[in-house]
Each structure stands twice: as structure tokens, then as C-alpha cells.
Write a protein of this length. Structure first.
Length: 113
């Protein structure tokens, strides 16, 4: 990794079709990363395909991302929207708190209003 290079983790969770398709999320998250941090970035993808957000079980991509946060490997995490992380408020809050406590920026592409 070059000096001053930003390490960005993109968390994707979903299926193959619709607005929440993995490909759509990937495209939008990459655009957001370049818009915010420019071209001097390293992107790591964390993907949970076809896995429910109601539970943290079986979320290999999410668990790997949290491990990398704990090991200070990331400067920022971008995900499409908050429902990609979890549909359970307590899980969302715990995960986001851990990310922020580790001085990692947490960024959403689509904020609900």
C-alpha cells in the first residue's frame, strides 16, 4: 500500500436482481469511494450473498470486515444502505459503534430520509 493511500472496505449483502443486487451495490459503493477519497485508494470487498440480515450467523463477509476493523486494516467502510448491515436495530448499533470506536469512517451510499 502506498503512503497516504486510503484503505476502503465495501460491504455488500444481497441477491442477484433488483436495486439491492450485489452488482448494483458494488457499482454505487465504488462510485462513492472515488467521490469521497479520489483515486489513491485500495478497495477490499466483503460480500454476503443470499444471507438474511436478521441474524449475524453465517455472515462471513461481515465477520471478516469486523476482524479487519479490529486489526486496523481499514480507514473507511462503505455500504449501500443501513439494511445491508442488519435489519435488527441493536445489531446495527453495536456494529457501527465498534467501527467508529476503531476510528474507521462508516459511510452509507443511500441514506433513508
Amino acid at each position: 500500500m502506498e503512503k497516504d493511500e486510503i484503505s476502503v472496505g465495501l460491504y455488500l449483502r444481497g441477491d442477484f436482481i433488483g436495486n439491492n443486487s450485489l452488482e448494483h451495490q458494488k457499482e454505487e459503493c465504488i462510485k462513492k469511494a472515488h467521490k469521497l477519497f479520489g483515486d489513491n485508494i485500495t478497495i477490499t470487498f466483503y460480500v454476503d450473498e443470499g444471507v438474511s440480515a436478521r441474524s449475524l450467523k453465517g455472515r462471513i463477509g461481515l465477520n471478516h470486515m469486523i476482524l479487519d476493523v479490529r486489526m486496523s486494516k481499514l480507514d473507511a467502510i462503505i455500504t449501500y444502505d443501513i439494511s445491508r448491515i442488519s435489519r435488527t436495530l441493536t445489531h446495527c448499533l453495536c456494529i457501527i459503534e465498534e467501527i467508529r470506536d476503531s476510528n474507521v469512517k462508516f459511510i452509507l451510499v443511500k441514506e433513508r430520509g
